[in-house]
Design a protein around this ligand. Structure first.
Ligand code: HAM
Length: 420
């Protein structure tokens, strides 16, 4: 071990486990590509004010969890804690919303940074695949989002997750609800910090995990009973479209998300095998975010799915993904001439799309065969001087142990055929 370790709350993605992460990212991206979402990448850091205005001054993310630093030029930047604010910033900056084709549909894949208390499933550096549809108000778009995520989780074989759905209302009906909720909460027996929260962000109090708080919340006014007609109708349509698509969801009046930009539809995918960090993905509609960061009104909806937690969910369900073998053929040369000839074959095989590796480092036969077995390859290619003189290489099936000579100029086609 070296003197250094990965920083607290982070871990290294290393083979072979890293292949599972890549596969999960691919599974998340597949439905997006099928639905017209284009790939977007934004910097890992942004002006700190983008997040304080976008995600919200009173959120845990902004008050406690951001990695903020000052550049030598005196600019205050933050490592991105999430991808939505950056994405909308980039869409506005490039003027994509003016190209006349709304919604602008984009997806991203990248690491996010939150200075949280680390525990299983909660890291300071984690990976999200996200999707944002910017500039359209249409219940079908909200439904599309939820259906895509559901399809992605299903394609991985996950079963033990639930979809929680709620509506947080809009600027017409939420203020009155907020006031009603504040009045109710002020009458409860709560500690100082929670009392402060009532004044800044009362909805978050509903999300308090402590039993003594939850106990007092029975009878709290619910957004559901305060939704205006437009929000009610909108939400009903989202629900109908999901039902028609065969997506099973649960109405959850208490679902409050940890980011301030949400309006109307909010949802979370929670998995039963993960303990307290059960949300494997979440999102919702954010009709006011563009304006909060200085853009025009652009009603939008999106989600981000957590790659790390999804990998944990796969483990919890005992699901082994069908991963392609990292190495299909492993070449073992005996002697210098064989090294030259086999290395040539290795390059040829690779160019033909066969995953091939080579016994590097001048290993002896015994060691090289051990490496061949460890590599997971199906076939070993072995050649010594005598084989070359006869114009052949030995092809060994590492599963059955069978071995036989194949002509040098036929071996690439032969291996491709046997692997097909
Ligand atoms: P979020 O709920 O904060 O939403 O994060 C989405 C997902 O990222 C979570 O459900 C979880 O799986 C994963 N995640 C969050 N924090 C951590 C952590 N510390 N360690 C491991 N995984 C974590 C957002 O980020 C919004 N930007 C989603 C969105 C997009 N809303 C609209 N568009």
């Amino acid at each position: 071990m070296s003197t250094f370790q990965a920083p607290k709350g982070t871990y290294d993605l290393i083979p072979p486990q890293s292949a599972v992460h890549l596969k999960v990212r691919e599974a998340f991206a597949a439905p997006l590509k099928a639905a017209g979402y284009g790939y977007i990448e934004t910097p890992a850091f942004e002006d700190v004010a983008l997040f304080s205005r976008g995600v919200g001054e009173s959120t845990d993310i902004v008050t406690k969890e951001m990695y903020v630093f000052e550049t030598k030029g005196g600019t205050r930047l933050a490592l991105r804690p999430e991808g939505t604010a950056s994405t909308v910033r980039a869409v506005l900056e490039a003027g994509l919303h003016k190209a006349g084709n709304l919604p602008v549909k984009v997806w991203y894949s990248g690491s996010q940074y939150r200075y949280e208390r680390p525990q299983k499933g909660r890291y300071r550096h984690f990976w999200q695949v996200g999707a944002e549809a910017v500039g359209a108000e249409d219940p079908a778009l909200d439904a599309e989002m939820i259906i895509m995520a559901d399809d992605a989780y299903k394609s991985l074989g996950l079963r033990q997750y639930r979809i929680l759905l709620n509506s947080l209302g809009d600027k017409e009906c939420r203020p009155a609800y907020r006031t009603a909720l504040q009045e109710f909460l002020r009458g409860l027996d709560l500690d100082e910090e929670t009392r402060r929260r009532i004044e800044i962000n009362p909805l978050r109090v509903l999300d308090d995990k402590r039993a003594e708080v939850q106990k007092q919340l029975t009878g709290a006014p619910l957004m559901r009973d305060h939704l205006c007609e437009a929000c009610k109708a909108y939400h009903e349509q989202v629900r109908e479209l999901l039902t028609a698509a065969g997506v099973a969801f649960e109405d959850d009046d208490r679902l409050v998300r940890g980011l301030d930009y949400y309006t109307r539809t909010t949802f979370e995918f929670v998995h039963g095998g993960l303990g307290s960090q059960s949300a494997v993905g979440g999102g919702g509609r954010y009709d006011g975010l563009s304006e909060m960061i200085g853009g025009p009104a652009l009603p939008s909806v999106g989600w981000a799915l957590g790659v790390d937690r999804t990998v944990l969910a796969l483990e919890a369900e005992g699901i082994e993904l069908d991963l392609p073998a990292a190495t299909q053929v492993y070449a073992v040369p005996l002697g210098d001439e064989a090294r030259r000839r086999l290395f040539g074959l290795v390059t040829e095989l690779r160019r033909e799309g066969v995953a091939t590796d080579f016994a590097f480092g001048g290993k002896g036969m015994k060691n090289a065969m051990k490496s061949a077995n460890r590599s997971g390859a199906r076939f070993a290619l072995i050649a010594g001087e005598r084989d070359l003189a006869e114009g052949v290489v030995q092809v060994k099936d590492l599963e059955s142990g069978e071995q036989g000579p194949v002509a040098l100029d036929a071996v690439v086609a032969e291996l491709r055929a046997r692997l097909a």
